[in-house]
Design a protein around this ligand. Structure first.
Ligand code: ADP
Ligand code: MG
Length: 384
């Protein structure tokens, strides 16, 4: 069979019996930069998704088209190696790691990706993409991957092919998300439980700054190193601590004179954020929404001052939200240096909040926000 070689062919070869996958983005209510520090996080899958359609093409080639980028590539499955173009590497990485675990299962396929998720804005279009690829190939070739395997393969692809040393939270939420539920996930041992996302009368509004400072990947990887090296110093004295997030704050403070002040601040942020995440989920379960929201404002202070991953645009929006009647919590969300803020907004105030924050943002930065309200949706799944 002839392989598909241009984007027009994808339209004409799209059949009802293709495997069609919807893979959601995710939010994280609180617990930022904690997954790789063994902390607790509170993510959820959202109702905005990446959509992928897969079909076998009877060759040994993989042909992929992104409608978002209007870009196409094809590779020989016998020569899978890292590409110069970032988005190709999500495919190549997933193919590589499935092939490593289950040799000779993947054969030639065509895949088209389209997305309603903003890209590079902190709602994890990357995890949506890589988990969607893994799920689609799993079904197309009847491989039988478990959810845990999909999560791991997707993360390995991002680490080794894309080069972002991400934690596990994004892939976990994308795969295990459930409509109407937040996921309380302990990143030490990946134990988790669903908690009802009962935040009525508030809704989740994301304000996308559309800013993406190119520090994001390098600073992300640097924060990991800073936390690792600081934690190593603590472990030398206290080998009983196995993960940074669980070290008591007073123990971290003992290292004030031994660690560079920047490193100490990174560690303080981690242990304080972990405590905030635990308080936030307790407050939510007790129906104390004011207290729940307050943890988000405090989280932002920590991300800005101690972890130093915020930027002027995000700070401006969180300050705006803090002063706005009807908003009970807000913070930057995701890796930082741009992307979105997450806001808990009273449902009667959503329109005015969006309008006034957009206008204030435009006056200050001369650039537009993209606001959107999200609901909590299901994880990655086949939809046909
Ligand atoms: P985020 O995960 O917050 O959206 P990342 O920088 O981690 O931001 O991931 C964005 C990258 O994921 C893009 O630069 C691109 O390589 C890839 N990606 C996401 N969605 C698509 C898509 N629809 N088509 C092609 N590549 C995509
Ligand atoms: Mg990402």
């Amino acid at each position: 069979m002839k392989s598909v070689t241009d984007k027009r062919s994808f339209k004409t070869t799209f059949h009802r019996d293709d495997v069609i996958i919807e893979s959601p983005g995710r939010i994280n209510i609180i617990g930022e930069h904690l997954d790789y520090n063994g902390g607790q996080v509170l993510p959820a899958a959202i109702n905005l998704k990446v959509r992928l359609s897969f079909k076998k093409n009877g060759t040994s080639r993989c042909n992929c088209y992104s409608k978002s980028y209007k870009d196409y590539f094809e590779i020989d499955l016998n020569k899978v190696e890292i590409s110069e173009k970032e988005w190709h590497n999500y495919f190549l990485g997933v193919v590589h790691f499935i092939e490593q675990a289950y040799p000779n299962k993947i054969q030639g396929f065509d895949c088209t990706v389209e997305s309603e998720l903003p890209i590079g804005s902190g709602v994890s279009s990357s995890a949506a993409l890589e988990c969607g690829i893994a799920k689609g190939l799993d079904i197309l070739f009847s491989i039988g991957l478990s959810d845990d395997e999909i999560i791991t393969i997707a993360r390995e692809a991002e680490h080794h092919f894309v080069g972002t040393k991400c934690g596990i939270m994004d892939q976990f939420a994308v795969v295990r998300g459930k409509k109407g539920k937040f996921i309380r996930l302990d990143c030490t041992d990946l134990s988790f439980e669903y908690i009802p996302a009962n935040i009525e009368p508030y809704s989740i509004v994301l304000l996308n700054t559309n800013v993406s400072h190119n520090l994001a990947t390098s600073e992300y990887n640097l924060r990991r190193q800073e936390c690792d090296s600081g934690f190593k110093a603590i472990q030398e004295k206290y080998p009983k601590y196995h993960v940074l997030a669980r070290v008591p704050e007073e123990v971290v403070r003992e290292f004030k004179s031994k660690l560079a002040s920047k490193t100490l601040n990174r560690l303080l942020y981690v242990v304080q954020e972990n405590a905030r995440t635990i308080s936030a989920s307790k407050a939510l379960e007790n129906g104390n929404l004011k207290m729940f929201g307050q943890q988000l404002f405090e989280s932002h202070e920590g991300l800005k001052n101690l972890y130093q991953v915020s930027c002027d645009e995000l700070d401006f929006l969180v300050d705006f939200a803090y002063e706005y009647e009807g908003v009970i919590g807000a913070r930057m969300m995701g890796g930082g240096f741009g992307g979105c803020t997450i806001n808990l907004v009273h449902k009667d105030r959503i329109d005015s909040f969006i309008e006034e924050s957009s206008s204030a943002f435009y006056s200050k930065f001369n650039t537009s926000l993209s606001p959107f309200t999200v609901a909590i949706g299901d994880g990655v799944k086949q939809v046909n």
